[in-house]
Design a binder for this molecule. Structure first.
Ligand SMILES: [Zn+2]
Length: 302
């Protein structure tokens, strides 16, 4: 298999073309440039701390990009790996949201339907949404529940339909995170739960890496690719995710560090130096109780 370093780089940048000159969370315009990512600026909002690219795309452009580049593309490449990822995600969801295994569950960004299938086996009545047509076709063949092709804002599900919504590794890819989470909130029953995973930009090692990337851009290009994937538009953190959820009509219930899938499943495919680096980072995270990724639980306000 391709090593994950090459795999991540081969995905290329998510589409751009629309300039962003205000914060996607608080609309603040007091911004500073923190880093260059593939020719785009990574900006930070001085008011709320959210970091985001100075360019994004939406609608059909985003859908056609994810029609080619699917979830975990370049890293996972076998059915066994996708099934392993689904079990890890289902276990993570139960660990933060409770062991419930009945009711209606929606997965946003369901890709090819591996997690939907795992959750269906565990007892949930599942539905999915994805912007990539090819993924949706495959997901429909994999699970019994209805899978909608399109964006959450246009989906046909009735407001207040779902006991739980899962959104793994989707938030950072959204062009309009507040608007999409408002839709998520409206689709939940009162006190319904949202479980999501995303990058935690308040990871204690981020300031160290930002300095290093600016000082040694060429030598650390592969590490930067892994930390700031060209597919991401927005980087939230455990410090400001509550503000985002509040804007959308939800309450933050819990955040916790989540071991990145790379460290669990793909580390043996890395070149030796990278592998040692990643393992050293995991040791440090173990000591600090931190992780580059976080798992988040929110509830819709009653
Ligand atoms: Zn802001």
């Amino acid at each position: 298999m391709t090593d994950p370093v090459t795999g991540v780089r081969d995905r290329g940048l998510a589409p751009g073309g629309i300039r962003r000159d205000a914060c996607p969370l608080c609309s603040g315009t007091d911004l500073r440039l923190r880093l260059q990512v593939g020719g785009r600026g990574l900006l930070e909002c001085n008011a709320c701390g959210v970091r985001f690219t100075d360019e994004y795309a939406e609608g059909a452009d985003v859908a056609s990009y994810y029609g080619t580049v699917q979830a975990h593309h370049g890293k996972a490449d076998s059915e066994d790996q996708f099934a392993a990822i689904a079990r890890i995600q289902a276990d993570a969801m139960e660990s933060i949201a409770g062991p419930r295994r009945h009711g209606r569950l929606l997965e946003i960004g369901c890709s090819r339907g591996h997690l939907l299938t795992e959750l269906e086996v565990r007892g949930w009545d599942v539905n999915g949404i994805d912007v990539a047509a090819t993924s949706v076709t495959e997901a429909r063949g994999r699970c019994r529940g209805e899978v909608w092709h399109g964006e959450p804002e246009d989906c046909p599900f009735e407001p207040g339909s779902f006991d739980r919504i899962a959104m793994f590794d989707v938030l950072a890819h959204l062009p309009h995170p507040v608007r999409t989470l408002q839709t998520v909130s409206s689709l939940l029953k009162p006190r319904g739960q949202l479980v999501l995973s995303t990058v935690d930009e308040a990871w204690p090692l981020v300031p160290v890496f930002l300095k290093a990337f600016r000082a040694l851009p060429n030598r650390l290009a592969a590490v930067q690719d892994e930390m700031y994937e060209g597919q991401h538009y927005c980087y939230f953190s455990h410090r400001n995710i509550g503000q985002l959820l509040g804007e959308a009509g939800m309450e933050l219930a819990a955040t916790r560090p989540l071991t990145p899938l790379s460290a669990q499943l793909f580390v043996h495919h890395y070149p030796v130096k990278r592998r040692l680096g990643l393992l050293a980072m995991r040791r440090l995270d173990g000591l600090l109780g931190s992780s580059r990724k976080m798992l988040v639980l929110a509830t819709r306000r009653a």
